[in-house]
Design a protein around this ligand. Structure first.
Ligand code: NAD
Length: 251
């Protein structure tokens, strides 16, 4: 079955960079009208909208702020009149620190964006998707929603939270036509990973040394999983957290 999202509208948060950007492009290729949401707005986003074509818009929004998220969904409906799918992807890595050293500011910021942000997005997206009688949401978790990582307690807690929240919301809407899943990427070549490795040869070698495939994943490899989970090909898939990590968590 050819996957198509013709005449359908999708929100992609954190769509200005990395995995979100690749996923926005993947949805556009399948015919969707794409709403790129990010708290950054610069020339790169304008270029992305041009690349996405005439049926894409950019909305500036901080996903951790309820008023921003509500306004973002309202603007989506004002622009396209409907909402069918959402990929809630915006996230930050937070500052690296062990549980003892983690500051309250680091904890709050990471949890507020990565976990509260996903709850807020679903809170305002779901009533609009319900009006279509059918739709799907994918939330971005991580392999850090599967296993622990030393030095990232707030990040790991936020991503485990995303998996739990996804399962609960999936159960709430299973009979109402909305499927809710999560994707758990492994280490993916994006600006976030560049920040974590500092792009140094040693750090990159250390990270890839832990990878069964001996390489990082590509943003497009996550985008493909998200597109599939939203599509009718995945019509019986809900409450699932799909790990796409080149075998990392199989070790
Ligand atoms: P990235 O930094 O390249 O992109 C993240 C985007 O989210 C950026 O454009 C950023 O501006 C946006 N963003 C951050 N906070 C926001 C906020 N409050 N409101 C709106 N937009 C906000 O990172 P990425 O690697 O593409 O990460 C995307 C998602 O994938 C994140 O949730 C991340 O935790 C998750 N993830 C990434 C990896 C990886 O290895 N890259 C692995 C597992 C999970």
């Amino acid at each position: 079955m050819e996957i198509t999202f013709k005449d359908k509208v999708v929100i992609v948060t954190g769509g200005a960079s990395g995995i979100g950007r690749a996923t926005a492009l993947a949805f556009a290729k399948k015919g969707a009208k794409v709403v790129v949401v990010d708290w950054k707005e610069n020339d790169e986003e304008v270029d992305l909208i041009k690349e996405l074509g005439s049926e894409a818009i950019f909305i500036k929004c901080d996903v951790s702020k309820a008023d921003d998220v509500k306004a973002m969904v309202d603007k989506t409906i004002a622009a396209f009149g409907r909402l069918d799918y959402a990929y809630n992807n915006a996230g930050i890595e937070g500052t690296q620190a062990n549980t003892f050293d983690c500051t309250e500011e680091n904890w709050d910021k990471t949890i507020n964006i990565n976990l509260k942000g996903i709850w807020l997005c679903m809170k305002y997206e779901i009533p609009e998707i319900l009006k279509q009688g059918k739709g799907a949401i994918v939330n971005c978790a991580s392999v850090a929603g599967r296993v622990g990582f030393v030095g990232l307690p707030a990040y790991v807690a936020s991503k485990h939270g995303v998996v739990g929240l996804t399962k609960t919301t999936a159960l709430e809407y299973a009979k109402l036509g909305i499927r809710v899943n999560a994707v758990c990427p492994g280490v993916i070549q994006t600006p976030m990973i560049d920040r974590l490795t500092g792009k140094t040869k040693e750090a990159i070698a250390q990270f890839t040394g832990l990878e069964p495939m001996g390489r990082f994943g590509l943003p497009e490899e996550i985008a493909n999983a998200v597109v599939w989970m939203c599509s009718d090909e995945a019509s019986f898939v809900t409450g699932h957290a799909m790990t796409v990590d080149g075998g990392f968590t199989a070790q």
